[in-house]
Write a protein of this length. Structure first.
Length: 182
């Protein structure tokens, strides 16, 4: 049961309605997380703008792997469900790749390095070691790309914290064992 107010769609503030319409157009439904955040249109705008802006950094599968790795590190069941669904439905990731990403790895070695580094960023609260930086650089990431990895990790951390505080009810379509929506 959620701990913060989730307004019914008819009670959503007017400023949030166009943002939710965009979310629905992209995903085919309005997830509970966005409906709950819509109680504060400014926060909804911050979250969705950040997500949209970060869609331009790194490739989609790397961003999905980072989000899954961070969500696992934070124990955010809602975000794990959401990112598993989005990774499968829109990112073309297999169930094996999704599971590897949750563990801070991936089928692609370069993407695995990004997921592992993102987990290190979260687990160390940003106090990564020189060895951690060397590993992600050795995988082929430049310093601007490392900044992108950190920023995508922090964006996932933001929604993890929101959903962990709220204990958001999972309303995401289930993903079957083949990694595709059931």
């Amino acid at each position: 049961m959620t701990r913060l107010n989730v307004p019914p769609l008819e009670d959503i503030p007017a400023g949030a309605k166009p943002i939710l319409a965009n979310v629905e157009a992209q995903l085919g439904f309005v997830p509970n997380m966005f409906q709950m955040i819509a109680s504060n249109p400014t926060v909804l705008e911050v979250v969705t703008t950040l997500q949209g802006t970060l869609s331009r950094v790194l490739d989609a599968r790397t961003r999905h792997s980072i989000a899954l790795a961070v969500s696992e590190a934070n124990g955010c069941g809602y975000c794990l469900a959401m990112h598993s669904y989005v990774s499968s439905e829109f990112g073309g990731m297999s169930s094996d790749d999704i599971e590897l990403s949750r563990a801070g790895s991936a089928v692609d070695p370069k993407r695995a390095a990004a997921a592992r580094f993102a987990q290190q960023v979260i687990e160390s609260r940003g106090q990564v070691s020189d060895a951690d930086l060397a590993q992600v650089r050795d995988a082929g990431y430049t310093d601007p790309q490392i900044l992108a990895i950190v920023t995508v990790a922090v964006q996932a951390l933001l929604t993890n914290f929101i959903n962990n505080v709220n204990q958001t009810d999972v309303d995401i379509p289930a993903v079957n064992s083949a990694g595709t929506p059931s």
